[in-house]
Design a protein around this ligand. Structure first.
Ligand code: ADP
Ligand code: MG
Length: 282
């Protein structure tokens, strides 16, 4: 089956690496490029749910998507055109979603099945997750066509990434004698170096990650060329509830503007959007 909607899971077993920031900014720039985008907040800490102001809140949120396997009445509209969101309404670690998932043998499939019913309604669905491994994250891995994994260019972070993130995804790799759980290939992992600070360690760690994964024949993990520097614009834009590319369309000095950096990211992830630029009215 060919799906019309591409689902990105933003996943990394570490917290504070920029998952929510990436999810919010990537979603918003795609939406300003005329793409229909749905954000999904699968993190019980609800940071993505609070990121952008809402225009029209829905009656339900993510727990309904899991319990009823249906996303009708779960989709809220943000104040930005083309940018919808399924809010997380299930805070804490012992909420309804983990309970439903633990009770079902097909728990891995729940989210994918619900989102497949929206196929064609959106061009992109971006799912944010909590920085840990767990049953919700597994359902996101199963739902995703591609995983974006933000990593800080520091030694401990890159280790955590290699051992935590890649291992968890590989758990779902089809093995000889077993069928793939989803009937779809394992989602490739695209590593996004975020919070780049121009230090030697950062350069070394980034180089190390690229060498490590470029050598692997299956090409399952690739490190994106686009790197997101540590800049105030990203935290400032988040604080204001504004997409980073709108907050900083141009910039003087050595670093690229948030708009140019995020546009690089979109073009690298989705080369078919190469001719598009975001447009918006204030
Ligand atoms: N490139 C960046 N430059 C500066 N601050 C950033 C950048 N990326 C993320 N941040 C900030 O770092 C903190 C953690 O980011 P967040 O996206 O919440 O991480 P996660 O979702 O992985 O826990 C937030 O305060 C965010 O504003
Ligand atoms: Mg987060």
């Amino acid at each position: 089956m060919n799906y019309k909607t591409k689902i990105y899971g933003i996943f990394c077993t570490k917290g504070g690496v920029g998952k929510t920031t990436t999810c919010a900014n990537l979603g918003a720039i795609l939406a300003d490029m005329g793409q229909r985008v749905l954000l999904v907040d699968a993190d019980p800490q609800q940071s993505l749910s609070r990121h952008y102001p809402l225009a029209i809140p829905a009656t339900y949120g993510l727990s309904q998507v899991y319990t009823a396997a249906d996303a009708t009445d779960c989709i809220s509209q943000t104040c930005y055109p083309n940018l919808d969101i399924i809010l997380n309404d299930d805070p804490g670690s012992e909420g309804k979603i983990p309970t439903v998932l633990r009770k079902s043998i097909l728990h891995f499939q729940h989210l994918r099945h619900s989102l497949e019913q929206l196929d064609g309604t959106y061009d992109y669905i971006l799912i944010d997750t909590q920085g840990a491994s767990g049953i919700i994250q597994e359902s996101v891995i199963m739902a995703a066509d591609v995983i974006i994994s933000p990593v800080k260019p520091q030694v401990l972070d890159s280790r955590e990434f290699v051992y935590g993130t890649v291992e968890l995804v590989n758990k779902f790799k089809p093995r000889p004698g077993f069928y793939s759980i989803t009937g779809r290939p394992l989602p490739p992992i695209r590593v996004l170096i975020n919070l780049w600070d121009r230090t030697t360690t950062a350069a070394e760690v980034a180089g190390h990650l690229r060498r490590e994964f470029d050598q692997q024949a299956d090409g399952h993990v690739t490190v994106l060329n686009t790197v997101i520097p540590t800049l105030k614009v990203y935290s400032e834009a988040a604080g204001l509830g504004v997409p980073a590319h709108r907050h900083e369309p141009t910039r003087d000095g050595r670093s690229k503007s948030a708009l140019d950096t995020l546009l690089d990211l979109v073009h690298e992830l989705e080369p078919k959007l190469m001719d598009l630029r975001p447009v918006w009215t204030e």
